[in-house]
Design a protein around this ligand. Structure first.
Ligand SMILES: [Zn+2]
Length: 189
């Protein structure tokens, strides 16, 4: 962000406002504080007779890798409406949401994932503009080495583990980016 969206002033300063705890972009002209907070990613884990619906990405990042239908929540949208919308957009699939299943914080990139378990209503699905292909996948056929995001891999792993007991508690967790290797270990492997 380079310009103040309130007054158009070009000088934004990064500093801790009085009484605050975090550095913020503050307009040097009008004093408006431009808060930047995490984005919410909402999506579905659609299931059909023991199989799950996976989409192969037609866009970067992670072009060609597999994921669950998910995307950024829009302003004015509830989390379930957003999850349903993403499932229609990416997989042309209609689902019935069962429950919130994984809630994953990614503090280093400022995102929160909310993935819902869902029943596929019918087999009338197919790739949306952001997908190369959409398929139903049994546990044994999941392409674990080609899953696009760690959040999605975690959601799928939890799901197949929990399915053995038939009990799907809400799984709240966090994914932190691994710390960089110290210089003397770089390139060692
Ligand atoms: Zn301003």
């Amino acid at each position: 962000m380079k310009f103040c969206s309130h007054c158009g002033e070009a000088r934004l300063e990064l500093r801790v406002p009085e009484g605050d705890t975090h550095r913020r972009l503050v307009c040097a002209g009008c004093g408006t504080i431009h808060y930047q907070n995490p984005k919410v990613v909402v999506g579905c884990l659609p299931e059909w007779k023991g199989q799950v619906l996976l989409c192969r990405r037609a866009i970067e990042p992670r072009y060609g890798l597999w994921t669950l239908p998910a995307g950024f929540l829009e302003n004015g949208e509830t989390v379930t409406a957003g999850a349903l919308r993403e499932t229609v957009e990416e997989a042309h699939a209609r689902v019935e949401i069962i429950d919130l299943y994984t809630l994953i914080s990614l503090p280093q990139i400022g995102q929160v994932y909310m993935m819902f378990r869902a029943h596929l209503k019918d087999l009338d699905f197919g790739p949306g503009s952001e997908s190369l292909e959409v398929t139903l996948c049994a546990e044994a056929d999941v392409p674990w080495e080609s899953i696009a995001f760690r959040t999605i891999a975690r959601t799928l792993r939890n799901y197949f583990l929990d399915r053995r007991s038939g009990h799907f508690p809400l799984r709240v967790s966090a994914l932190e980016r691994p710390l960089p290797l110290p210089p003397d270990l770089r390139g060692a492997g």
